[in-house]
Design a protein around this ligand. Sequence first.
Ligand SMILES: CC(C)(COP(=O)(O)OP(=O)(O)OC[C@H]1O[C@@H](n2cnc3c(N)ncnc32)[C@H](O)[C@@H]1OP(=O)(O)O)[C@@H](O)C(=O)NCCC(=O)NCCS
Length: 157
Amino acid sequence: MTFTQPRPIDERDVLMPFDCGVEDLNQWLAERSLRAHRRGSARTYVVLGDDGLLAGYLALAATGIGRQRGPFHRDMPDPVPAVLLARLAVATGAQGRGLGRALVEHAWRTCRAVSEQIGVRGLVVDATDENATRFYRSCDFVPIATGEPTLARILTG
Ligand SMILES: CC(C)(COP(=O)(O)OP(=O)(O)OC[C@H]1O[C@@H](n2cnc3c(N)ncnc32)[C@H](O)[C@@H]1OP(=O)(O)O)[C@@H](O)C(=O)NCCC(=O)NCCS
């Protein structure tokens, strides 16, 4: 199975059925992704499989992390600006083929590109459970502090 490159969602995309195994993420895609994209509260990027069906998506938004929550210098603004990986999901039939990791890398490249225009300290994600934490750790995210469900990939410099 091959996948397209991630691209911004648009009105022609068929968002249902999509099943990643987590109902909240299926529902968000079907009911909220396009409106959020249009309004600018979260930008969604989709990937299609070679069957033309939606195989995965991610959503990015701006966020701020309380300075005392992480290893941030006192000179940093509070909250510290960052890019939030707000949603990430791969359809069950496409899982285990590297697409989840490829979507994370797309988010990271986008974060790096944004950081050249706007001050952001890195890419953060709120891991919903142990599995998600393991997945993100395998993608080079680290918890911002011991016991924190928020993980980050911090930009250097
Ligand atoms: C988590 C998810 C995005 C991973 O996507 P995927 O395409 O199956 O993942 P990949 O094939 O890119 O795998 C990347 C690595 O993560 C590991 N991994 C995949 N799913 C995992 C999971 N649920 N828990 C822990 N590790 C996982 C893989 O073993 C792989 O490691 P490796 O490269 O060392 O073999 C996908 O399973 C999914 O959408 N799950 C339901 C939605 C969800 O839980 N989203 C919350 C964010 S994780």
